[in-house]
Ligand binder design. Structure first.
Ligand code: IDP
Ligand code: MG
Length: 151
């Protein structure tokens, strides 16, 4: 059984717009396992570290302000290829390029209000999970339906 994990977050606009349940549903219905979840107001320093790679981008101050504008639903999802497939479920960064059927394709218009975040590699997932979650906040269990999801 794959224990690959990814960090998925519903950004402040997604929380404010009532998109928590439809976004969670897509990951649940796909067959991925939820192993960590919390509604949290991230600090500026956490966000600056989370988006550290984008520090030099012109949109960085606006991105941090956007992410500070309200609570974020932080989650850890687990399963086979969950990092890559999680990004497919989210859709392209710019919702204008995100195909219908993806979260950003269905629920967003502007890149600066793209409702969700997903780790872009297994390494960044590990880093992000460590940043947003304490070790004891991520659980281990085996769903009884797994034999109907994995061959
Ligand atoms: P990702 O979220 O799909 O991984 P990144 O390139 O890592 O995309 O950018 C992080 C976030 O920064 C995006 O999700 C989006 O909210 C924001 N962002 C990226 N590019 C732009 C831009 O050109 N203008 C405004 N915000 C942007
Ligand atoms: Mg990214």
């Amino acid at each position: 059984m794959s224990t690959e994990q990814t960090f998925i977050a519903i950004k402040p606009d997604g929380v404010q717009r009532g998109l928590i349940s439809p976004i969670i549903s897509r990951f649940e219905q796909k067959g991925f396992k939820l192993v960590g979840i919390k509604l949290t107001q991230p600090s500026q320093s956490l966000l600056e570290e989370h988006y550290g790679d984008l520090k030099t981008k012109p949109f960085f101050p606006g991105l941090v302000k956007y992410m500070l504008s309200g609570p974020v639903l932080a989650m850890v999802w687990e399963g086979k290829n969950v990092v890559k497939t999680g990004r497919v479920l989210l859709g392209a960064t710019n919702p204008a390029d995100a195909v219908p059927g993806t979260i950003r394709g269905d629920y967003a218009i502007d890149v600066g209000r793209n409702v969700c975040h997903g780790s872009d590699s297994v390494d960044s997932a590990k880093k992000e999970i460590g940043l947003w979650f304490k070790k004891e906040e991520v659980v281990t269990y085996t769903p009884t339906i797994f034999k109907w999801i994995y061959e």
